[in-house]
Design a protein around this ligand. Structure first.
Ligand code: SF4
Length: 323
């Protein structure tokens, strides 16, 4: 290839000319909306939505269908192919009316040609089946950290309960989205432990969100020092190696990283991001800045994918989020 031809290649392509992997140029854009904010009974020590902490987040009711659909349309117009809805609940048991409403939201958004994901806390087998029937693509339920470090972060539900929810999701034929957060005060071994647990599930999660803690004032973790980009790159790169077909999502904390820093995360193996003004309640990258990043780095938006039985499979495979 001539020097001129080489120079005309997108910046992100050049490093890959020496490797076999060009597919990292395709990046999935997901939009996460908090459809029911705050007032959560759980004690996740990183979360501003827990009613136990004084963070200034006001508890709100479930958003109306109209408002959710307007947000989904806006996300689609902005290039997002997956719409994720988050509700600050421990679980959905005893929330029959709200759950039914959410099933309606799923049907409608799926009908718009978008992949749909939910993060609603713990779910039972029956609920997973109902979500699947409504057309849900993926369910997010993060393990957050290693089994050993977990009790330092959350005491109101166990690691095994989390794994049980993932099992219900998988058994219902819904894609599993599960990852964690770094910067909680955990040791290097805990990061390895989290990835080991995810990589040794009966099948790998289709999506693995890697979050960097955004310390929020009023939470027990408010004084944690920010995660460095190199820690993020190491975590993403390791996730990519141990779960080669998963969508590895550069999630919460991205707002703190510059475009060159994010480029390194893509080179390390991230192939999914959250777009939109907010990630549940914390700030996220500006839409225009993301557009510019795609253009500058030569990234291409990943189209939505749906399998024949309408469940979708992201090459195999699939939230700061939380849960
Ligand atoms: S992370 Fe989810 S379950 Fe935990 S306190 Fe926040 S909203 Fe509640």
């Amino acid at each position: 290839m001539t020097g001129a031809k080489m120079k005309s290649k997108p910046s992100m392509t050049l490093p890959f000319l020496t490797s076999s992997s060009m597919e990292h140029r395709e990046v999935q854009q997901c939009t996460l909306l908090s459809i029911k904010t705050g007032g959560c009974s759980e004690d996740c020590s990183y979360c501003p939505q827990s009613s136990r902490y004084d963070t200034g987040v006001k508890a709100q009711r479930l958003m109306s269908k109209d408002a959710v659909i307007v947000a989904a349309k806006k996300a689609k117009e902005a290039g997002s192919t997956r719409f994720c809805m988050g509700a600050a609940w421990r679980d959905t048991i005893g929330r029959k009316t709200n759950f039914k409403q959410i099933l309606e939201y799923i049907k409608e958004i799926r009908g718009m040609g978008m992949e749909v994901c939910c993060t609603l806390g713990m779910i039972e087998k029956q609920q997973a089946l109902e979500l699947k029937k409504a057309g849900l693509t993926a369910y997010n339920h993060n393990l957050d950290t290693s089994r050993e470090y977990y009790p330092n972060v959350i005491t109101t539900r166990s690691y095994d309960e989390r794994l049980e929810t993932l099992e219900h999701v998988r058994d219902a034929g819904i894609n599993v989205c599960s990852g964690g957060i770094i910067g909680l005060g955990e040791a290097e071994e805990d990061r390895v432990g989290l990835l080991h647990t995810l990589a040794t599930l009966p099948s790998h999660p289709e999506s693995v969100p890697i979050n960097a803690l955004l310390a929020v004032k009023g939470t027990p973790l408010e004084d944690q020092k920010p995660v460095e980009i190199w820690e993020m790159i190491r975590m993403i790169g390791t996730a990519r190696i141990v779960m080669p077909k998963a969508m590895v999502r550069l999630s919460a904390g991205r707002v703190r990283f510059s475009m060159p820093e994010q480029a390194l995360c893509f080179l390390a193996g991230a192939n999914s991001i959250f777009t939109g003004e907010k990630l549940l309640t914390t700030p996220n990258n500006d839409f225009d800045a993301d557009q510019l990043m795609f253009k500058t780095l030569g990234l291409t938006p990943k189209p939505p994918s749906f399998s024949e039985d309408d469940s979708e499979s992201e090459n195999c495979e699939k939230v700061a989020s939380s849960h």
